[in-house]
Design a protein around this ligand. Sequence first.
Ligand code: PEP
Ligand code: MG
Length: 323
Amino acid sequence: ARKKLQKLKKTPAITKDGTAITLLANIELPEDCAGAMEQGAQGVGLFRSEFLFMGRGHHMPSEDEQFEQYKKAVVAMKGRPVVIRTLDIGADKPLDHVEHNALNPALGLRAIRYCLSEPQIFLTQLRAILRASAFGKVRILIPMLAHAFEIDQSLAMIEQAKAQLRDMRVKFDPAIEIGAMIEIPAAALALPMFVKRMDFLSIGTNDLIQYTLAIDRVDYEVAHLYTPLHPAVLQLIAMTISAGKKAGIDVAVCGEMAGDAKLTRLLLGMGLREFSMHPSQLLQVKQEILNSDLEAVTAQTRKIMRSMEPDAIAEALEALQAM
Ligand code: PEP
Ligand code: MG
């Protein structure tokens, strides 16, 4: 079976009825790009940039150092798009020298909240990302957005970083696309606010599940309550995909759900056409896509979405997989 999968590396991800699906890789460091290319990724859907900042004591990476790392990833992907997520620290991803002293760090000053409170750190990163955009197709992804003013401030900071580079006559892609992670339920329930201002969306199911179900994703005592199949979670994901489609902007899923081959058909049935995952999961998900008939999968997914009973959902999901 493993050998059969290996043969799919260069096979395009197309459903039985001929719909092309985009399969992207999640990476933590530019060195992960080689593996992503090897597995046939069509680009990087999530570069978790915080890993350049973690585990290095008091030393923050400089603009030049960050630029070199982002550029390395862009060059390694040979013209394929690279989505770089801005610093998503706090909660389960602490920095050594920053005091993360909130009682509930998952609800605290993390990700974009931290970046907007530290404009120099944020601007430094934005300039580094923009500089890398002169070497290939780069997109910027902002984590943990919930409020309109956070979107507006983030966009203003990106404009400010661009102006600083222009003043120094440094090259970047002026039309760089900017997207939002949809990973707070409030964001999924206020989608018009996002599709109006953003070029694309990426659903962070790991945090979306955590915040929808009020379960700390790293607390083992409540791990049994953590499930992507709660109808509330499914509704929020489906709503986000539909809103993106209606607005004509790309929507990806980059949380763990995207790499779970048991959920591939469910996400296809919800209308998802872009999946980003750990490179090791790409071929299994591709195999599911190759064996899926969109019309049948969509009809069966509608049944699942109408159900509020876990047993019925599990049963319908099994039927979906057996199709
Ligand atoms: C997510 O929340 O689903 C996600 C992709 O980001 P992270 O796991 O890095 O928080
Ligand atoms: Mg997240």
